[in-house]
Design a protein around this ligand. Structure first.
Ligand SMILES: Nc1ncnc2c1ncn2[C@@H]1O[C@H](COP(=O)(O)OP(=O)(O)OP(=O)(O)O)[C@@H](O)[C@H]1O
Ligand SMILES: [Mg+2]
Length: 427
């Protein structure tokens, strides 16, 4: 079809007014021109089609008169002179009222040249495509932010795992080096105690013999008496066994620390317990039996056990983890509180959480609590190995420990353990 660019001015249809109206009608956008009070004077065909739809903005849903041409909206427009807003358009026969289009509505006061309002114009453009693109972008952005935070979390876990692995190696080396000398010091102290006992009993026998000699000979013992006074022999006889006993106790504590360090750095292929299919609920209950007397004055213990499948684990070692968590929870409660033990099961793992309403962990300490020897307890009452050991044990079980804490409100440790171990370990 050929369209002539020549306008036949003789035909009334092509007056400038009708030409302008024809051009407005050909637009892809909706156009309304209204009286100052909002009564429509002109609307093009796109506008008519848009009017037939259900309009909505914020919580307002209804006809165009109710949603756009209402008094509040028109007054605001007259005050500002210009306004733009986005509206959703639904289909009249669409019972769900879901938006089928989004329009950007530009509203403007038409001035008569002297600053008075001669009318109002409304110009609605369908921006559904841009809007959907923006929605998709926003969704993508949310996905990206979530993926980023997951990545960050994984990176922190990896760093933690790496740190623990290198500390583990270091600990294993130190433990190995210390183990030997500690062993012979411990055994020598035992022998020394026996020797000292023998020497004392010999001196005792000499003394008794000496006292049986005639009195004139006893004066010969003056130099011996002098030495006895100088070294405070009577006190020495009493104190020496104490000193040896204390030293043995000290060495035994060091031996325990070395053992803990070795446990912490073990890689799961050792003989420290048997892999077995076990009921974790029973592990928790038997551990509770051990600590209950220690905790009973401190906390009410609340149990919430889910149905748990048997899991492949080293039960004695898991007991150690639960013991550490429960003792820590008890220590965190200053006067009286609550310790909640919960279990839950998923398709591939179970979770045991120990939550207390104690002092909580300051943010700056959270990253350090699994470090060996990190403790906030007074010297002598905590070695700072409890959580490091627990971390090592759970890691060996291919599980993970998570902690969340709110200073002043309490702490929750969650231990996740897989139902089955990789084939190489189970074999
Ligand atoms: N439930 C908890 N509430 C508050 N702080 C905790 C809790 N559990 C652990 N902590 C903090 O983490 C530190 C390290 O704990 P970890 O069990 O490793 O060592 P410890 O309890 O200090 O000593 P150990 O367990 O060797 O006797 C604690 O000193 C404490 O500051
Ligand atoms: Mg502890």
């Amino acid at each position: 079809m050929s369209v002539s660019n020549e306008i036949d001015k003789s035909k009334a249809l092509w007056s400038p007014e009708s030409l302008s109206l024809a051009a407005l009608d050909a637009l892809q956008d909706g156009v309304w021109v209204c009286e100052p009070d909002g009564a429509p004077l002109y609307r093009n065909s796109v506008a008519k089609a848009m009017e037939a739809r259900v309009w909505s903005r914020a919580r307002l849903v209804g006809s165009i008169e109710e949603v756009v041409f209402n008094d509040d909206n028109l007054n605001q427009l007259r005050e500002c002179g210009r306004q733009s807003s986005e509206y959703m358009l639904g289909s009249l026969d669409d019972a769900t009222g879901e938006a089928v289009a989004v329009v950007a509505l530009e509203m403007q006061v038409l001035s008569d040249g002297t600053g008075n309002c001669a009318g109002l114009s409304f110009h609605a453009r369908d921006v559904s495509r841009e809007w959907r693109r923006e929605q998709t972008l926003q969704d993508r952005n949310i996905e990206l932010v979530e993926a980023y935070s997951r990545l960050k979390q994984t990176q922190t876990q990896l760093l933690q795992a790496e740190k623990m692995a290198s500390i583990g190696q270091l600990a294993a080396g130190v433990a190995h080096e210390i183990n030997n000398p500690i062993g012979y010091v411990h055994s020598n102290l035992g022998t020394l105690t026996t020797y000292v006992r023998g020497v004392f009993s010999m001196i005792d026998t000499y003394e008794r013999l000496w006292l049986a000699l005639p009195a004139e000979l006893q004066s010969l013992s003056a130099p011996v008496e002098l030495i006895k006074q100088q070294i405070d022999y009577d006190f020495l006889v009493q104190d020496l066994p104490h000193l040896l006993g204390e030293s043995r106790e000290g060495i035994e504590r060091v031996k325990k620390i070395v053992l803990d360090l070795r446990d912490f750095s073990r890689d799961g292929r050792d003989d420290s317990g048997e892999w077995a299919l076990a009921d974790v609920r029973r592990c928790i209950e038997s551990t509770l039996n051990i600590v209950r007397s220690e905790l009973k004055y401190k906390a009410e213990i609340v149990l919430s056990f889910a149905e748990l499948p048997l899991i492949e684990c080293i039960p004695s070692q898991l007991n150690q983890v639960f013991l550490n968590l429960l003792i820590n929870a008890g220590h965190a409660i200053k006067e009286h509180g609550q310790i909640a033990i919960r279990t839950s099961a998923g398709s591939s793992e179970i979770c045991v959480s120990v939550a207390d309403d104690g002092v909580g962990i300051p943010k700056e300490n959270l990253a350090r609590i699994f470090d060996p020897f990190f403790t906030t307890k007074p010297v002598g009452s905590g070695t700072g190995l409890g959580l490091a050991l627990s971390y090592g044990i759970v890691n060996k079980h291919h599980g993970r420990i998570e902690v969340s804490s709110e200073p002043g409100l309490g702490t929750t440790f969650s231990v996740f353990l897989p139902l089955r171990q990789p084939a190489s370990i189970a074999a």
